[in-house]
Design a binder for this molecule. Structure first.
Ligand code: C2E
Ligand code: MG
Ligand code: MG
Length: 560
């Protein structure tokens, strides 16, 4: 090789090594420029270097072109090199020459080959490093992942660009069905295409990431949010262009509009909020978007806390049966009692209104009711053993039980286990609203009656009371709701209705109990209207068992 060329080669080689080992970072443009000069020096017409993350990526032709040069003069292969790295990535390079050009001499071939090998080994290492770096920020399908999102939030915060923007979590609706219907491959395509659509809407001033399955999170400006929500509301995606096959994709979403006074501490705080709101959106039937608000989350936290504390509380015996006497207003004698649940938590009493509605959202309430019945039976058993005064005790049963086929059996089991005669137990059930419930209630009441257990329709007159409820079902007791009891403010029609309902119920053989009696005046009205039994603060609030026992021992009230 001539001297000039040799010198030029040495210089370029040196430059190339400098470029690859530059401590200030690798400059791709410089590198490409050097390679171009090398190609010109050796009369190379074309050179291509490709990188594949894995052997299968190579097989599928899914690689990246790292360097290419083409002077358009021909493509006869002169040198081909392929290396597989220890982590199974592939880098390959092909050098072409014009068909009519002088082939490389042995010496030239060796020199070009050395350059090629140096380059390949550098690229494989350099590229792998970025691949490894990126590995943590992308999922196996190449979507940016949650770490990517969190890193982005941190970066935005550093630039003070968090406030006034929007974070969104969304989940694709019925995506498993779409998977089944069009197959996994087409569904993957659909997901990708929908993702790209959202990404395009967000543009450069935001980010959308997949956080597992069909869950996504995004960050965008307030102005863009409307367009994003438009896509999430439903957007057709084509998965088979030839046959024009499309599916409609929609998502439910949790949105956090980051307020101007928001104090950013960790990205997880934002992510937690949008996921929580997103879960609310899932459970809401019609709404597809739920905006995060401090209040709703606080309520949700309270709800979760009660659920968790409940199972603990049951184990620790924190739930107590309190007894409110039912009094015969003519004699003042205690003729019965209602057991009402009290939760004694950290020395404080939690009233039922704070936890019963929550427990009624799932079947936790059933566990509580069985627990209460058991507690009442244990008290009655003790009174029996101690030969104390005893009255019939009513226990409230949530309507949630009605669908339970084994309800009757369970109730009897608890009562019999405690060896309590059935006549001491009364079950209170509230009015029903649906036909199905009506049938269930009928079945349960009939069953209880056969067992000699008393039944009460509770809160009568409060909900959508139907006369059918008392005509068709053989109740023992009708308990009139507090709002239905005539009082000073509540007179006229109320009294008229009260009088007739009591008369009708008694004519049908039902015992009438007035609930929530607070004044002597009410007692007089009850007397006038022939309603003999009253329960209410006028006599006593619900009492702990020991207090109630004292009342029972005394036997009667003198304040009438
Ligand atoms: P309820 O069955 O209608 O019980 C009567 C409620 O009225 C009780 O409230 C009682 O304390 C209250 N009350 C009694 N007399 C008066 C009065 O003179 N004035 C006023 N203002 N209120 C009076 P509590 O104990 O807070 O219970 C509320 C509701 O929680 C009960 O209504 C019942 O539906 C439910 N509940 C209580 N314990 C249980 C239980 O163990 N299981 C189920 N499923 N529900 C229960
Ligand atoms: Mg009741
Ligand atoms: Mg009631």
């Amino acid at each position: 090789m001539e001297k000039n060329k040799e010198q030029k080669y040495n210089l370029l080689f040196e430059q190339m090594i400098d470029c690859m080992t530059n401590p200030n970072g690798f400059d791709r443009e410089d590198f490409v420029e050097i390679l171009k000069e090398i190609c010109e020096l050796f009369n190379i017409s074309k050179g291509v270097t490709e990188f594949y993350k894995s052997l299968s990526a190579e097989k599928d032709g899914q690689g990246e072109i790292m360097v290419d040069y083409d002077n358009g003069k021909g493509d006869k292969v002169a040198i081909y090199r392929r290396i597989v790295t220890p982590s199974m990535a592939v880098v390959k390079s092909t050098i072409y020459m014009a068909a009519d050009s002088e082939p490389l001499s042995d010496d030239e071939y060796r020199k070009v080959d050395i350059i090629l090998r140096a380059m390949l080994s550098f690229i494989s290492r350099n590229r792998l490093q970025t691949v490894v770096e990126n590995l943590g920020y992308y999922d196996e399908s190449g979507y940016p992942n949650l770490s990517n999102y969190m890193r982005y939030l941190d970066q935005m915060n550093e630039k003070d660009c968090i406030r006034g923007n929007v974070a969104v979590y969304y989940n694709l609706r019925h995506f498993s069905l779409i998977n089944q219907e069009i197959g996994r491959i087409a569904a993957d395509k659909v997901m990708r295409s929908y993702f790209e659509t959202v990404k395009a809407v967000i543009g450069d001033n935001g980010l959308v990431c997949r956080v597992g399955g069909d869950n996504f999170v995004l960050f965008c400006s307030k102005e863009i949010l409307r367009s994003v929500l438009f896509i999430l509301d439903g957007f057709p995606v084509t998965y088979d262009t030839e046959n024009e096959k499309r599916v409609m994709i929609s998502a439910y979403a949790g949105v956090f509009v980051i307020p101007d006074d928001f104090v950013y501490e960790r990205p997880g705080e934002i992510v937690g909020r949008i996921i929580a709101s997103g879960q609310d959106a899932k459970s809401e039937r019609s709404g597809t978007v739920v905006y995060y608000s401090e209040k709703s989350i606080a309520e949700k936290e309270k709800l979760m806390r009660i659920r968790v504390d409940f199972s603990e509380g049951i184990k620790k015996g924190e739930f107590k049966a309190y007894y409110q006497p039912k009094v015969d207003i003519n004699s003042g004698r205690i003729v019965g009692a209602e057991a009402l649940c009290r939760w004694v938590k950290n020395g404080k009493i939690v009233p039922p209104i704070e936890f019963i509605p929550i427990l009624e959202q799932n079947t936790d309430i059933c566990q509580l009711d069985y627990y209460m019945l058991d507690a009442v039976c244990k008290d009655i058993r003790r009174w029996l053993n101690e030969k104390k005064q005893i009255v019939r005790v009513s226990v409230n049963l949530s309507r949630k039980h009605l669908i339970d086929i084994d309800l009757l059996e369970q109730l009897i089991k608890i009562i019999d286990k405690n060896k309590v005669p059935h006549r001491y137990i009364e079950i209170e059930l509230t009015e029903t609203t649906t036909d199905a419930e009506f049938l269930n209630i009928k079945r349960v009441v009939n069953g209880l009656r056969k067992e000699g257990i008393y039944t009460t329709v509770d809160d009568f007159g409060m909900g959508y009371s139907s006369l059918n409820l008392i005509r068709e079902i053989p109740w023992d007791v009708l308990k009139l709701d507090r709002n239905f009891i005539p009082s000073e403010e509540n007179f006229g029609v109320t009294e008229l209705m009260f009088r007739h309902v009591v008369a009708m119920a008694q004519a049908m053989g039902l015992e009438c109990v007035a609930e929530g009696v607070e004044t002597m005046q009410q007692i007089e009205l009850l007397r006038e209207n022939d309603c003999r039994i009253a329960q209410g603060f006028y006599f006593d609030k619900p009492l702990p068992a020991a207090e109630f026992e004292k009342r029972l021992a005394a036997g009667k009230y003198d304040n009438i």
